[in-house]
Design a protein. Structure first.
Length: 270
């Protein structure tokens, strides 16, 4: 039996396939930390433009399962998908009525509709990151305007104003290749999500950003035992590097609330 040999062209093709199959390397700064610098497409608002019609006729706006090609046969034994965290935080029983009331009156109670910062983790992943060895700056372009957060990477940094804030008082540190940002000292004027998910001044939000190749996985957990039944983990978000730079956003100017006729509203799934 004659042995089989790959031709020179076959060897080159096999090597090219092996290289292309490897995930892109994670860029790093001079200190060895993953390079988070850049502008990132984080999916904010994109899902609203791509609704999916499900088999039962209902429409899915966000968090939809990927649609398989029509001609592709279903695998015989598909692995069970990991359960997703709940869309909304769970509250202690004595606060459920308050959440329901705020949701019903969202048009009157939601500070975002009055150009206030949305708070954490409601604002989601940053649209742009500026990183140095001493600090990381998060830049946002949100529905209620542009915002920024400065995250020191060292302890003992003093702020000019120690009052409670909309986006909290953040400190950061590295756990391996993951940037961990812990924020405290929130005021009580923001919500964790849309639809009345309020919090107390004891809220602590922990964000984790892990870069792999040209993507960042963003996770956030809100812990507020004074009102929440358990810490709430926001569904993970995927950030993809883009060369499209942020532009100066238009200022937020509230002009519509005075013309509101009733409490009806569009349920924003953020």
């Amino acid at each position: 039996m004659k042995p089989r040999y790959l031709s020179g062209l076959g060897l080159l093709c096999a090597a090219a396939l092996a290289i292309s199959a490897q995930p892109p390397a994670t860029p790093r700064l001079a200190d060895g930390k993953p390079d988070l610098n850049g502008t990132w497409e984080n999916g904010g608002g994109i899902d609203f433009l791509r609704p999916q019609t499900k088999a039962d006729g209902s429409v899915c706006i966000t968090g939809c399962a990927p649609v398989a090609p029509v001609a592709a046969p279903a695998p015989a034994r598909a692995p069970a998908a990991a359960p997703l965290p709940p869309d909304r935080p769970r509250y202690r029983p004595e606060f459920e009525a308050r959440v329901a009331d705020l949701k019903r009156r969202q048009q009157k109670e939601d500070g975002v509709l009055r150009c206030q910062p949305p708070g954490l983790p409601r604002i989601g992943p940053p649209d742009k990151i500026v990183q140095t060895a001493r600090e990381v700056v998060f830049l946002y372009e949100d529905v209620s305007g542009p915002f920024f957060r400065i995250v020191p990477l060292r302890q003992g940094v003093k702020r000019i104003d120690d009052s409670e804030t909309y986006l909290g008082d953040a400190t950061g540190h590295w756990e391996g290749d993951t940037l961990v940002v812990v924020s405290r000292n929130f005021n009580e004027l923001t919500w964790l999500t849309d639809d009345g998910a309020f919090h107390s001044g004891k809220l602590v939000v922990t964000e984790r950003l892990t870069r792999r190749g040209d993507e960042i996985e963003y996770r956030a957990v809100a812990d507020d035992p004074s009102v929440l039944a358990e810490p709430w983990q926001q569904r993970p978000r995927r950030m993809v590097r883009t060369e499209v730079e942020m532009a100066e956003p238009a200022p937020c100017v509230e002009q519509d609330l005075s013309n509101m006729l009733d409490d009806s509203y569009h349920s924003n799934p953020r």
